[in-house]
Design a protein around this ligand. Structure first.
Ligand code: FVH
Length: 293
């Protein structure tokens, strides 16, 4: 840990698994870091690595112009910051707590009312990935605040700026997680089906992973079709062809819960009933995007 006295310091509020990883990475880069945590004992390993510890959020905030929060959820951010709003005046707040987009926007309004510069951040990494090439942090909010802090934040992850709407980073984060959870739920459903003929989940995984890997790239082609709005582009699997009745019936006959696959079948049927059966599977996007139409 070679300390770098010319680099600006930062204050980190919240030393859970992620907050500790963020603080540790900055200490490794020689940055002056002041930390605070509701349960003070969690600061000790970081103090041993060179962090300064503060007894209260106000004391921690007073030490630096840049204040980063990484707490459990939005309520804990407000619980921590509301009583010390005056001490944040004129400083920069970056909230890396997972919040909903509206919560991020509300915090943006709160920050503006208290004369605090604000960026919302959404961490797309585990604590162990912080500082590695796979880590990304999405930021949204004031463009000049991102531009001024981009280099300072770089040791954590590649910073991706998603525009001035403070809720955008959070929304994109949650959208990506939605895709991930749907994919895993589908794989778990398949594993449950395969288990009824004696296949282990591990065998099912090794059989399925190459198929999924070969198909993932097709998402880009579907995305181009969605953006273009023409679902009749030749070469696609049609909605009539994509009928999932066989999968649904087999799942039910095998006694496996069919909630996930039935939801996809319902989306397909909505579009077929609207006369789009000859068009591509990506057309179900229209029902998701415009549920009332
Ligand atoms: N861990 C991960 O893989 C994910 C990756 C994606 C982004 N998340 C988000 O990061 C936020 C923090 O997550 P974490 O992993 O650090 O969470 P914990 O280890 O559970 O630590 C929680 C910290 O929050 C403090 N805290 C909780 N409630 C309050 C409160 N009312 N007032 C003040 N602080 C509070 C807690 O303090 P303590 O329990 O040690 O006293 C921890 O410092 C989170 O939004 C993830 O979604 C991480």
């Amino acid at each position: 840990n070679t300390s770098n006295p010319t680099a600006p310091g930062l204050t980190l509020l919240g030393l859970g698994q992620m907050g500790a990883a963020l603080a540790g990475r900055m200490l490794d880069q020689g940055r002056a870091v002041t930390v605070w945590n509701r349960t003070p004992e969690r600061a000790a390993p970081l103090v041993a690595r060179g962090a300064a510890s503060a007894e209260t959020p106000a004391e921690a905030i007073a030490r630096n112009g840049l204040v980063v929060t990484c707490l459990l959820r939005y309520a804990s951010v407000r619980e921590t910051l509301d009583p010390v709003a005056a001490s944040l005046r004129g400083r920069t707040l970056i909230d890396l707590t997972t919040t909903t987009p509206d919560e991020a926007r509300e915090l943006g309004r709160w920050a503006a009312e208290h004369d605090v510069e604000y960026l919302n951040g959404a961490i797309m990494a585990t604590p162990y990935q912080i500082g590695t090439p796979v880590a990304r942090i999405l930021y949204s909010g004031a463009p000049d605040v991102f531009a001024r802090h981009r280099d300072l934040l770089a040791p954590w992850a590649e910073g991706v700026y998603d525009g001035p709407d403070a809720g955008a980073a959070s929304l994109i984060d949650l959208a990506m997680l939605s895709g991930m959870y749907h994919m895993f739920a589908g794989l778990f459903h398949g594993a449950a089906m395969a288990a009824t003929v004696g296949m282990s989940a591990q065998d099912f995984a090794s059989r399925t992973i190459p198929l999924i890997e070969s198909l993932v790239a097709h998402f880009a082609a579907d995305a181009a079709i969605i953006d273009g709005g023409d679902y009749s582009v030749p070469g696609q699997q049609s909605l009539d062809f994509s009928d999932l009745s066989d999968i649904l019936r087999t799942s039910e006959e095998a006694g496996v819960d069919s909630t996930t696959i039935a939801a996809i079948q319902a989306l397909i049927h909505r579009q077929r009933e609207a006369g789009h059966g000859a068009e591509g599977f990506a057309r179900i996007y229209e029902t998701l995007r415009h549920p009332e139409s």
